[in-house]
Design a protein around this ligand. Structure first.
Ligand code: ASP
Length: 342
């Protein structure tokens, strides 16, 4: 006989819990209790489901560090009592939140699964039903009484991904996410197929601890052909700036002119942390492949390898929040913390 599991749903908002205001045609959040009414199937699962709800629920465009902290705290406070956690979240910034939570929840050894939908739960053609039910099933999986999944994941349209490897790729189709540089962890077909070899396996010696002191003084710097020195310097000299995720071309290349490198070097000397990631969807930063990327290593730019933008910026907030010197930060950044980088 399968043992019943206890799952906590953390409802933050997003399309999944929205209804249409028929006067204006605009989608608006509604109270979470209605989700259970809309999905009577929830009571057929082998799980006791309780919920914690953001009040009011929010569009994920409004997510910030304090919301991530609220999710982390609700997991920490209920950690012993529940077998797994399912976070209902708007899809727009879900990749950022899943990445942020993967860093915030240090020593996590239970499943935390983010999910949402492209169509509201009340829509006849909604994808919310499958996404939510399968997320609960995945969060309930056990082997020898131990959870099978012990990391932050994202489930969407029949696929389970490592949360901090995901990126939103589509605003129209149900398959809204991809994990361009790491394999899918599980697939939902006739059977629920878990790819055990790709799950996060590091054994936890210590209990769950949450780290919420993220530093928000960071920015993206997307390089483009014809970027000018005043624009580059303007960004690198923003007041309070502590870190920059620089999105470069191909395998980590940028303009080779003297002023470009000098501006980056000056910023690093001033104490700004600079991370190099690629604008490409797939692949790595390979600093020594072309001359155009070869100088970054010498001036102390961090190699972001194959990290996504979402994980890159949240990891930077996380490590800057640790208040460590720039050398240690570079070493920590270039190694995986939660399976986010190869
Ligand atoms: N704007 C919504 C959100 O991210 C979109 C969604 O839920 O898919 O909150």
């Amino acid at each position: 006989m399968t043992q019943r599991t206890k799952i906590l749903l953390i409802y933050t908002g997003g399309t999944i819990g929205m209804v249409k205001d028929y006067e204006t045609g605009v989608l608006k959040p509604f109270r979470f209790e209605k989700i259970k009414e809309r999905l009577p199937e929830l009571s057929q699962l082998d799980s006791d489901i309780e919920h914690f709800s953001f009040d009011p629920p929010i569009d994920s465009s409004d997510m910030n560090i304090s919301h991530w902290e609220r999710i982390a705290k609700s997991i920490e406070e209920n950690y012993q009592e529940y077998d797994g956690f399912v976070v209902l979240h708007g899809s727009d910034t879900m990749g950022y939140s899943a990445s942020a939570l993967s860093f915030m929840l240090e020593n996590l050894s239970k499943p935390v699964i983010f999910t949402g939908s492209q169509l509201p739960i009340g829509d006849l053609r909604t994808d919310a039903r499958e996404n939510l039910i399968t997320s609960i099933r995945l969060a309930s999986l056990k082997e020898n009484e131990q959870p099978v999944i012990k990391e932050v994941c994202l489930y969407f349209e029949y696929k389970l991904y490592r949360g901090n490897r995901t990126t939103k790729i589509d605003a129209e189709n149900f398959q809204a996410f991809d994990s361009p540089n790491y394999p899918t962890l599980a697939e939902s077909g006739v059977h629920l197929k878990v790819h055990d070899e790709f799950l996060y396996k590091k054994e936890r010696q210590e209990p769950l601890r949450i780290f919420t002191k993220f530093d928000p003084n960071v920015a993206f710097l997307k390089i483009f052909p014809n970027i000018t020195q005043p624009i580059l310097d303007g960004i690198l000299n923003l007041p309070n700036l502590k870190g920059v995720v620089m999105e470069t071309f191909g395998s980590g290349n940028a303009p080779t002119c003297q002023w470009f490198l000098e501006s980056i070097e000056k910023a690093i000397k001033k104490g700004v942390v600079v991370v190099n990631i690629t604008q490409c969807m797939r692949g790595f930063v390979l600093p020594n492949k072309y001359e155009a990327g070869s100088h970054f290593e010498n001036i102390g730019v961090i190699n972001g390898k194959d990290i996504t933008s979402e994980a890159a910026i949240t990891k930077l907030m996380y490590l800057l929040g640790k208040n460590i010197d720039s050398k240690s930060l570079k070493i920590k950044y270039e190694k995986e913390v939660q399976g986010e980088i190869s």
